[in-house]
Design a protein. Structure first.
Length: 627
């Protein structure tokens, strides 16, 4: 079998995605339930939990320890796993897995015999209560990881959560020790409890998470927590290089240079700025994992779907811009000054840190999507830790400048053009505010407003440069840079305002059920579907659209008769208008997201970060597992 064919098969088995006919997860073909052997137990007693995998006819799941034949030696199958989030006072023993069945699959065009769980497969999790376990109801959460397949295809891997609850009572108060549903536990081997008493504990083979760093792809086991947290640190650091955050960085550097002469003030204000960044990521984690929203989770950047949040952020950024231009030399109401973060106050530096972090959310940097997707598979507290680590990563360069003030001396000094730079950055902040306000409509015309304000920044640099700079060389350099900026702004504005040559099927605030039906209808007619999940506030989405989807290769592919291009606008969409679909495909990585659905593939190939036109071509035209 060729390596390319095996690669496509691997993508089909490992990459999460959707089915065309509403089979968007493995649990649609496998009914997962968990049953406790007892309803009541006393401290120190032992019992089993049955995890029942009831497979639909013709469907099966990988075993807990998949055996891959030589023909599929490069394949990384998704094992069935059971993880118990053991509460205090509970000991978990080795899992007793069901017997596997030998089934025939046609994944590579010829029959292969593999071992799977099929039919009604029951795994048993032995547990023992500690002698000091508190009395009352004890809830035991379980996470069951499965991937359902038939003879020719596999569905999206899925983590299914189930809870079992027993009542812990004193030994004399336990009314019955009868087994619940005894037929379910007929195959359970109680000798495992003697092994538990000898020290045996549960052992689960960890799943893996895939990462992509500028085209370099690698996988890590999900239990390699420390290494993945280091990747989260790097992902946060790289957010500083995204176009959402870059306009703010010179502002903070100017502030650090002004405070460098006072070590105490530098340490205080710089630390508060970093705390503002980290605190914001903590709040984002609370929102994304649904901890403060009653379980309603959000995706990265989804906060900008709120009109009021967008308006408030635009107001703050706009007022900052006006302050940097110097318009606050006019006496204004005190409330206005409170919204303009000052570099000389604790509150001002904290708010600037908050602003820096919030402005990063419309962008997705390298490693970020996979890191968030990994965090979504972890307990909520670990998800929060991951987001805090990303915040620390984003604050890291500023923390280094604070810890080693001599590094500030290496940075370019503003010199006599410092005031000019501040004013130009202020105008660009006004352009950012206009960009945020443009998200209130799905129309294209606001791009001309954003581009016009940005172009004014270039004109102001030319005028101010000849007025404020001393040497001809400096004036000429600023003029050349400003002219290049204006030219790039005009070109970018025209590109963003253009609909392009592709005839998209557009969905704006459309129910997710209708989107799924449209995808299924196109696939049933034998066509490939390319779905672009986008939003006006998602700057990386626009970069990918211009450089990949609207490239010569992209236009050729998406204009083909056998390809249906769909665009789902999430600018103001709620959970049921596309965000649930995003979460199912990417595992919580947010947008940008481009998914390619093809006939004969139960799950799409997807990209949730930067990719190349050649990657799109491979996903649309490359070989697929045979049906």
């Amino acid at each position: 079998m060729s390596r390319l064919g095996l690669l496509i098969l691997t993508l089909g088995l490992v990459i999460p995605g959707h089915s065309a006919m509403a089979q968007f997860g493995s649990s649609t073909k496998v009914d997962v339930s968990a049953i406790a052997q007892r309803t009541e137990a006393a401290p120190g007693e032992q019992f089993a939990i049955a995890v029942v995998l009831d497979h639909a006819k013709g469907w099966h799941t990988q075993t807990n320890d998949p055996k891959v034949p030589d023909e599929l030696k490069d394949l990384d199958p998704v094992p069935t796993q059971i993880q118990v989030e053991a509460p205090r006072g509970l000991k978990v023993g080795p899992i007793q897995w069901p017997n596997s069945e030998t089934l025939t699959v046609l994944w590579i065009g010829k029959p292969l015999s593999l071992e799977f769980f099929a039919g009604k497969a029951i795994a048993f999790v032995p547990v023992q209560l500690a002698s000091g376990v508190p009395m009352g109801n004890l809830t035991i959460p379980l996470k069951i990881s499965i991937q359902a397949c038939d003879e020719s295809q596999c569905l999206m891997p899925e983590d299914v959560t189930r809870d079992v609850t027993i009542t812990v009572k004193p030994l004399t108060d336990v009314a019955s020790r009868d087994v619940v549903n005894p037929q379910v536990f007929d195959a359970f081997d109680p000798s495992v409890f003697s092994r538990m008493n000898a020290g045996a504990v549960a052992s689960v083979q960890p799943a893996t998470s895939g990462f992509d760093f500028v085209g370099y792809k690698f996988s890590l086991r999900r239990d390699q927590t420390l290494l993945i947290l280091l990747i989260a640190l790097a992902a946060g650091f790289l957010l500083n290089l995204t176009p959402c955050v870059l306009p703010v960085i010179p502002i903070k550097i100017l502030s650090l240079q002004q405070q460098a002469g006072n070590p105490g003030k530098l340490a205080l204000f710089g630390s508060v700025y970093c705390v503002g960044i980290v605190a914001t990521f903590l709040v984002l984690g609370l929102l994304i994992f649904g901890i403060v929203t009653g379980g309603q989770k959000q995706d990265w950047g989804q906060v900008f779907t709120s009109r009021w949040f967008t308006i408030v952020m635009a107001a703050i950024v706009g007022l900052m811009g006006l302050g940097m231009i110097g318009l606050f030399t006019v006496r204004l109401p005190q409330s206005v000054y409170m919204l303009n973060p000052s570099h000389d106050t604790v509150l001002g530096n904290f708010l600037l840190g908050v602003l820096t972090a919030v402005l990063s959310t419309p962008c997705t940097g390298p490693l970020l999507g996979a890191t968030i997707a990994w965090a979504a598979t972890q307990p909520a507290w670990m998800g929060l830790v991951t987001f805090v680590v990303m915040g620390i990563g984003m604050a890291l360069p500023y923390a280094l400048l604070i810890a080693f003030p001599r590094l500030i001396d290496i940075l370019p000094k503003a010199g006599p053009g410092g005031e000019l730079l501040k004013q130009v950055l202020g105008i660009l902040m006004l352009a950012v505010a206009a960009f945020l306000l443009s998200n209130l409509t799905s129309e294209k015309w606001p791009w001309f407003v954003v581009g016009g304000v940005a172009a004014v920044g270039g004109l102001w640099a030319i005028i101010g440069g000849w007025r404020m700079l001393r040497t001809i060389g400096a004036k000429t350099a600023v003029t050349v840079c400003a002219l290049v900026w204006i030219g790039a702004t005009v070109w970018t504005t025209r590109a963003l305002a253009s609909e392009g040559p592709i005839t998209w099927t557009r969905f704006v605030n459309v129910p997710e059920t209708d989107i799924r039906k449209q995808i299924a209808r196109a696939l049933d007619s034998g066509k490939t579907v390319v779905v672009d999940f986008t939003a006006k506030w998602c700057t990386n989405c626009h970069v990918i659209e211009r450089n990949v989807l609207l490239s010569e290769v992209g236009v050729g592919l998406l204009s083909s008769a056998d390809v249906v291009p769909m665009k789902i606008d999430l600018t103001s969409a709620d959970e049921a208008q596309g965000w649930g679909l995003v979460r199912e495909i990417s595992g919580g990585g947010g947008i940008p997201l481009v998914a390619i659905f093809r006939p004969g593939m139960e799950r799409p190939i997807f990209f949730n970060s930067f990719f190349k036109p050649s990657d799109l071509e491979s996903a649309v035209r490359g070989p697929v597992p045979p049906v």
